[in-house]
Design a protein. Sequence first.
Length: 327
Amino acid sequence: MMIEARGLVRTFKTKRGSVPAVQGVDLQVADGEIVGFLGPNGAGKTTTMRMLATLITPTSGTATVAGCDLAKDPVGVRRGIGYVPQGGSTLPEAIAGDEVVDHARLYGVPKRKAIADGQRLFEELDLSGLWQRQCKTLSGGQRRRLDIVMGLVHDPKLIFLDEPTTGLDPQARANLWEHIRQLRRRGATIFLTTHYLDEADALCDRILVIDHGKIVASGTPEELKQQVSGDAVRIDLADAGQAPAVSKIVQELDGAAEIETDGDVVGFRIPRGGSVLPLLLRQIDAQGIELHGVEVHRPTLDDVFLTVTGRSLRDDSGTTTKEEAAA
């Protein structure tokens, strides 16, 4: 295992007393996996990641990261990981290329190799021509990609990415997704947080959902979607007066749940909605009921998130609690 944590706890002291940010997290990440870590702001994502990256000390619990004991060999952990924080790590007055080379040298990379690898990463992440530019002159997206270069330049076997694509335009996001896939193909393990559910769905082999400092769901994107109670089906009727009759037909379907009627619309959830639809339409037609349309929607990760946390990740993406910010 590249990461194996047991009972990780982190408590912060405030004027009002102790605040538990992480409450007994257990997690495993295998070699070569891309694992997404999702949760509302303040749920403990960044706190957990910073503990695993040796940036803050757990209040209790144990972990092995990149083959090294988190408590007994934090230096060994740091040698084996790359960490890209949310807030960036470059100095405004520094030259971009110098920042990259200096960072690599701290990991023992020879200067010539650091320059070659850094310039290669600049090209791969669309930073060509910016090697001699001051960091403060770069755009927000360019600075974000520079942060990622610094996290990758020493070729770590485990990479922590905290909201890696925040501030990037769609083209830059797609570019970075492909680079992350290439890193995995080269044998790297990636542990990332994100507020973009399409990103988690597209990139991650497994997803962990944390809420109130505890892991509340885990699995592949498909496994998590299957935990939601079926596909969502919406039936639009030509006559709202037929809604009770359609609702009665739906109630007789095996596995139908969350049946709701709103005017001329009947909605419900059911496993394998696409396969149920032909029978449903035949029964509706047999009663002479006219339809305006039928839609079937498979569960999304946002549905999963809403089911396990009671809120939408998209709705929560603009707020941060004091505890998470302090972490």
